[in-house]
Design a binder for this molecule. Structure first.
Ligand code: CA
Length: 220
């Protein structure tokens, strides 16, 4: 669950990064528009938190360039306090939601979860597949109402596959969203998948040899 955080203000960025990490996301940060644009154009993130006031290329220009080249990554824009013009411009430029500074960290997390869900085509606030349910706020997974004890890595694996349910997730994409930029072997992810299968049951994660992993949308 990689998130790109674009913020030039170190004080705000440190607070937001801490909150995102505590909520289970892997965070990469850009401090200026050029770096932000490059990362968003070349890497895959589940979402971007984008400050509009940046040195160099501003946030609106970055967003317009991404959307202009077909990048559909959900973007939560941070606007200056009370600036309705920035909100309007941000939404016109393709932002999925906005948040005015100063903001409560809980609201940022709630809005981020919401844009990620909607981008994956899930409007409901309850992430569930059959008897499997994901509580993103508590970072907990339950099966048939019973809590499943997962490590942080196992949780990220389940959360990402649930987000992309019904779709085959390539092994490399899964590695990046579970481990971040750390080099990890395909063997490591297979071991992790094996551990999760033992906890949930093997039917929840299918292996498609040579393609990746799939959480089916419907479990009989
Ligand atoms: Ca700024």
């Amino acid at each position: 669950m990689r998130v790109l955080l674009v913020e030039d203000d170190d004080r705000i960025a440190v607070d937001v990064e801490r909150a995102l990490v505590a909520a289970g996301y892997l965070v990469e940060r850009a401090k200026n528009g050029e770096d932000a644009w490059f990362l968003g154009d070349t890497e895959d993130y589940v979402a971007v938190v984008l400050d509009l006031g940046l040195p160099g290329m501003d946030g609106l220009a970055v967003l317009k360039r991404w959307r202009g080249s077909g990048r559909a990554t959900p973007v939560l824009v941070l606007t200056a306090r009370g600036s309705w013009a920035e909100k309007v411009e941000g939404i016109d430029a393709g932002a999925d939601d906005y948040l005015a500074k100063p903001f409560q960290m809980e609201e940022l997390l709630a809005r981020l979860r919401s844009v990620i869900r909607r981008s994956a085509g899930h409007a409901s606030s309850v992430a569930s597949v059959g008897a499997l349910a994901l509580d993103e706020r508590a970072m907990k997974v339950s099966l048939g109402g019973a809590p499943v004890d997962l490590s942080p890595l196992e949780y990220r694996l389940v959360a990402y596959l649930m987000l992309r349910r019904g779709r085959v997730v390539p092994q490399q994409e899964l590695i990046e969203n579970v481990y971040g930029q750390d080099e990890q072997s395909s063997n490591a992810i297979e071991v992790l998948v094996g551990r999760v299968r033992r906890k949930l049951g093997s039917e929840w994660i299918e292996t498609r040899r040579g393609f990746g992993y799939l959480m089916p949308e419907h479990i009989a």
